[in-house]
Design a protein. Sequence first.
Length: 60
Amino acid sequence: MSLLIFHLGYYKREVCQWSDYISVAQDEDQRLSVQQARLRKMLTEQGENLEESRLKGQIP
């Protein structure tokens, strides 16, 4: 019986560790998504500014 309790405790610990790894990966994925959205916004703004400059004749 004590062996069964040991195994259950071991597997519970393993599941908790995997749960921690998954939550860390999800946090990292969310952080990267936010960073990607910021970069996309910045590049879009730069592209719009470049297009405006071309339309005004400031850039050939």
